[in-house]
Design a protein around this ligand. Sequence first.
Ligand SMILES: [Zn+2]
Length: 259
Amino acid sequence: MFVDSHLHLDFDEFAHDRDAVLAKAAGLGIDAFVNIGIRVRDSGRVIAIAERYPNIFCTVGTLPHLADDEADVTAEEIISFTSHPKVVGIGEAGLDRLYGNADWETQQQVFAAHITAAQKTGLPLVIHSVREDETMSEMLRSAMAKQKFNFVVHAFSGGPRLLETTIDLGGYFGFGGLLTYADNDHIRHAAQIVPLDRILLETDSPSMVPAPLTGDRNEPANLVHTASLLADLRSINVDALARASTDNFYRLFSKAGRM
Ligand SMILES: [Zn+2]
């Protein structure tokens, strides 16, 4: 059925009712989840959740906002966590000019360490890229020219440059709540034209409640709202989108395996 390829179940927002949140999502056919890490040195948090549930996987990485805190993180340190069977990817990591107030040079340096970890492990890199298409595209192209790696641009919000780069380099596109917001015609445009075999679904819970829902907390059950909008945009039915995006997920996150 569906996979929520990017969310943060270890956040405090889910501390009191995580089992109920997961049960509700399962009732709607969302049957696998990737709990995304935001601090390499807190990887124990995401690994602990993944160990507790058979259908939850996790990644290890440093969110660009937190790059100053982990400025000295190395590819080797990131890689050290990937021997765990539930760690299926690297990230989220990247560049952020809008919300990220971490030092710009440090953001690039920390992101580069994550790219190296993805290259060395063969695990997919989960990229957070906001308002920085130029540097992101340059870093991805030059790293890819040296050694291939797999990646997804999560919560894709890029302009034409990052769209083109991601398509060219064989990257995947994560679509979630951003797709549903009134201002985001450029994201809906991207969602219509990218190849169907490069699309992943995600919620980024507890952030990014899809419109027209309201409330402070997003949750994985809300994936179905984004999925139905995306299916409409592509003039396919939701079952076809579910099948394609789930196939895509297991192709990219191959370590997660089929359950
Ligand atoms: Zn996230």
